[in-house]
Design a protein. Structure first.
Lengths: 432, 90
């Protein structure tokens, strides 16, 4: 393969890389994808919920075409945990159980090979067990990649879909390394249970599933959250928090997940399960102003490499796939023009700005810093809410009016009302 | 379940070539908190009283150690192509 030149090289066969490769190969470009794992997905971890619309925009009707999906998400629950209690909210609809669906639980080691296969069937080469160590430049333009086992390879455009760590992109200066303030560390376990048991415990039929988002008083008041997702015959159980908060509170990730699993509202859901795998992954939670410019002469950055994660809504793979597709489309335009300069690839930046990717990241631009600095939302407030509910629902000789009064005083003692007002206005603003 | 039992469940293809190294053990000796020995989810880093011991073959490749070290004293890359952790579920 030495000195062979391709129209495009994609670094990384995750959802973003495969979406880009598929888009380019379908248009007739000569594309090669490098993946360091022994197969696509073997290095990849997410919660994981796959959102249908963005995925369909790149891969078509994947749910009809053999993509390995676990369950269609029909029931989304939010649990605010107290020490021994929980305040619950959520939403469930039959609409999400019908085609075209809204989201699916997935396991990335099973799903990513299917994504890569779509690119391969469209004509892309997917080369596994090959690490890209460096980018090759010619007059400040990216012209190729240096790999561990295939030597140097050249292309008109290189799409960096390396994931959050982005060693090659960072080393080449296309992106700064993320700091511990703008990344979260998540750990996750796979728990095996018979399909029937999951159906009964979570109140769903086969093929339909539940997500539970967990936040509240269990994690040293860090900005973080836990999750339980139902797969076909496993549960994905995990917890993640901002890395700097983990360092500051001297938290051991394994202790946190053990603590979460011991909560009296969670333990019965996992009863009798067998742990199959333990994994960890970083999640970008980058300030809008600190997002890298996602294109330049001869290259584009997609997915986690570019920091495209909407952490408040726990979305990442949809931004990854949409950005991969848009980078692919831009590369096709550049190929037709025969010009891969930054000026041409700027169209990728424009596409992102016109899409939900940058629109959502822009409208939530103040949220990461706000919640990082207002940890009351992960400590005091869930605790307050749990205490209030417990007081109100404890049936005793106290008249309801007196109870309401006592709750009001408990709230006021815990945090001055003006501060609560300020926090709530701040939280609302962070979403706008 | 203990962490070492959990790591035992994961599938690894060990590389004889270490992908993590400590730049200077003197820096570790002066580091007061040694956050790498706490926050690394696979407890790859262990302070033996004199130096930081790196069990790179247990690394599950999250990349957090580079962000955690206050002195940029951990040179962490990824295992060579095909080596390292091989998730079965992901």
């Amino acid at each position: 393969m030495e000195d062979e030149k391709f129209d495009a090289i994609v670094v990384g066969a995750g959802p973003a890389g495969s979406a880009a490769a598929l888009t380019m190969a379908k248009a007739g470009m000569n594309v090669v994808v490098f993946e360091r794992g022994d197969q696509p997905g073997s290095k990849n971890v997410m919660g994981g919920v796959l959102f249908r619309e963005a995925t369909e925009s790149a891969f078509g009707q994947f749910w009809n075409n053999g993509a390995p999906l676990e369950r269609a998400v029909i029931d989304q629950r939010l649990w605010l945990l107290g020490k021994e209690s929980v305040v619950m909210g959520g939403f469930r609809t039959e609409e999400f159980a019908q085609p075209p669906y809204n989201a699916f639980t997935v396991l990335r080691a099973h799903l990513d090979p299917w994504f890569a296969k779509q690119a391969e069937e469209a004509g892309a080469y997917v080369i596994t067990e090959t690490q890209v160590t460096d980018l090759i430049f010619d007059n400040a333009k990216v012209v190729g990649v240096r790999t561990g086992r295939e030597g140097d390879l050249y292309a008109d455009v290189v799409i960096m879909a390396e994931g959050i760590n982005a060693f090659a992109a960072a080393k080449a200066g296309l992106r700064r390394d993320f700091t511990m303030e703008n990344a979260a560390l998540a750990v996750k376990e796979i728990h095996a249970l018979p399909e029937e048991v999951i159906n009964q415990r979570f109140n769903v039929p086969s093929g339909q599933g539940v997500t539970i988002l967990l936040t509240g008083e269990f994690a040293n008041n860090m900005m973080g959250s836990g999750f339980i997702y139902t797969n076909k015959d496993t549960l994905s159980v995990g917890f993640g928090a901002i890395v700097s908060h983990m360092v500051e509170t001297k938290s051991r990730p394994n202790d946190l997940i053990e603590e979460l699993k011991a909560h009296p509202a969670i333990k019965p859901l996992l009863e009798g399960s067998e742990i199959k795998e333990y994994s960890a992954h970083l999640i970008p939670e980058v300030k809008y102003e600190e997002l890298p410019r996602p294109y330049g002469d001869g290259y584009m950055l997609v997915g986690d490499t570019a920091g495209f994660v909407n952490f408040l809504f726990q979305e990442g793979c949809n931004l990854a796939i949409a950005s991969g597709r848009m980078a692919g489309e831009t590369a096709v335009e550049a190929w037709k023009k025969g010009d891969y300069s930054s000026a041409t690839l700027q169209a990728y930046g424009d596409k992102l700005k016109d899409s939900f990717v940058m629109k959502d990241l822009y409208s939530l631009r103040n949220a990461p810093a706000f919640f990082r600095d207002h940890r009351e939302f992960f400590g005091i407030y869930p605790r307050m809410l749990n205490a209030a509910m417990q007081e109100f629902l404890t049936v005793d000789a106290t008249p309801k009016r007196v109870k309401a009064f006592e709750i009001f005083h408990m709230v006021r003692r815990t945090r001055p009302l003006w501060r609560i007002g300020k926090d709530m206005v701040g939280a609302l603003r962070a979403f706008m | 379940m203990k962490l070492e039992d959990k790591l035992f469940l994961d599938r690894f293809k060990p590389d004889e070539h270490a992908h993590i190294s400590i730049v200077s053990q003197d820096v570790c000796a002066r580091c007061p908190d040694k956050p790498c020995t706490i926050v690394c989810p696979a407890e790859v880093y262990h302070w033996d009283g004199e130096k930081t011991v790196v069990s790179y073959e247990n690394c599950i490749e999250c990349g957090a150690c580079r962000l955690i070290c206050p002195y940029n004293n951990i040179a962490c890359t990824m295992p060579r192509g095909g080596f390292g952790v091989q998730y079965k579920y992901g």
